[in-house]
Design a protein around this ligand. Sequence first.
Ligand code: HEC
Ligand code: HEC
Length: 152
Amino acid sequence: MRTIAIAIAILGTSLGALAQEGELDAMRGHVPLLEERTPEPLYNVENNDLRRIRAYPMQPPTIPHKIDNYQVDLNANRCMSCHSRQRVGDTQAPMISVTHYMDRDGNFLAELSPRRYFCNQCHVPQTDAPLAVENRFVDVAEILRQRRETQE
Ligand code: HEC
Ligand code: HEC
């Protein structure tokens, strides 16, 4: 009992010290640890049906439509009801690429590979939320262009 009480006392003082420091984590909006943060509003999910360009050829494309209530579990994969090879004629959705039908040894399967079953592991919708951190990404095409210019 006594050791527990001491542990709690130590935890209490260290939390107090942390809270005093205040600006610990920018992701929490610089709110001290022991204060409750006003939650951010829920931002709108992009639903304009316009495919975004990819930042590099192997990037999983972002999802340009809402995915609310699109169930993906052991029994059903709602995404595949539009994006599978057999369904794209009716839905006009882009087919999942051939890599989604490959196993880890590069063999082509007739069905979606289990490695690609949980779509949202790699594909995510976008929101109109303001950026939490600055983005300094430069497209490789821009880097190549700059290099060509300096070599001339
Ligand atoms: C009702 C049919 C339908 C369902 C269900 C659906 N999609 Fe789509 N998806 C589309 C269509 C159509 C497009 C083409 C752009 C558009 O119209 O939104 C698309 C576009 C995409 C793209 C962009 C592809 C690219 O090349 O840029 C991704 C990624 C995607 N969907 C992933 C998903 C995922 C993941 C799910 C399940 C959570 C899903 N979709 C469920 C119809 C669907
Ligand atoms: C492990 C990561 C991963 C998972 C899981 C995954 N994808 Fe992808 N997806 C990618 C990558 C990477 C690309 C781009 C390169 C490629 O085509 O392989 C892509 C490409 C796509 C494209 C564009 C195809 C094209 O030719 O333009 C669609 C549509 C898509 N995925 C839908 C899905 C759907 C639907 C699921 C779930 C059934 C899914 N993906 C699961 C990584 C993934």
